[in-house]
Design a protein around this ligand. Structure first.
Ligand code: VGL
Ligand code: ZN
Length: 195
């Protein structure tokens, strides 16, 4: 069987009900939980055994309080996902599936925007790309927020790195519906499977 993994991008409170709340966010979290349930059903055993057979990786937007993308610093976004605040936390319903080794932070450097989760790093400074190689992953399912920004950049970097990318369209939230649909269309033509 092909080695697959799930990557959950930025399902964080500021993108769900906070300063940058996105459309369809509650629904996207619910659908993600359903997907995880369906993937892990029948595998039995304790939670950690399930995670061994179907790794779930989390990406977090993780900014310093004076990040250059914030409006007060001349950027385009309201302040969001500041490290150590609730706005930067993973939704509580997903937290049971998250562990430190498989949680990757990005946007930590105040000078860099970094939409892509591909270069995000865990507390041991290992990148998401590196860990996927270590896990011998061939195929990645991707869900998260926002379709047009972090999800798209993450998917495109995964594809460039040679992974088969399957984007879960019901498990996405977005800044703008038209932008979401356009991004899906374009990603589809690039070879990302939309399902
Ligand atoms: C994102 C805007 C600013 C995202 C991150 O995760 O899509 N969007 N920072
Ligand atoms: Zn951000």
């Amino acid at each position: 069987m092909r080695n697959s993994a799930l990557i959950v991008v930025d399902m964080l409170y500021d993108f769900i009900d906070g300063s940058l709340a996105c459309q369809n966010a509650d629904q996207a979290v619910k659908e993600t939980l359903k997907f995880i349930d369906a993937q892990t059903k029948g595998q039995g055993g304790e939670d950690h055994e399930i995670l061994d057979t179907f790794p779930i990786l989390f990406v977090r937007d993780h900014h310093p309080a004076d990040h250059s993308s914030f409006k007060e610093q001349g950027g385009i976004w309201p302040s969001h996902c500041v490290a150590g605040t609730r706005g930067g936390d993973i939704h509580e319903d997903l937290q049971p599936y998250a562990c430190e080794e498989l949680t990757f932070d990005k946007g930590c450097d105040r000078a860099k925007e970094q939409y892509s989760g591909f270069d995000g790093v865990n507390t041991a400074e290992q990148s998401l790309g590196e860990i996927l190689e270590l896990l011998d992953t061939e195929e990645v399912y991707v869900c998260g927020i926002a379709t047009e920004y972090c999800v798209r950049n993450t998917c495109e970097d995964l594809l460039k790195a040679g992974f088969k990318v399957r984007l879960l369209k019901d498990c996405l939230a977005y800044v703008d519906l038209a932008g979401h649909l356009k991004a899906l269309d374009e990603m589809g033509s690039e070879g990302i499977r939309i399902e």
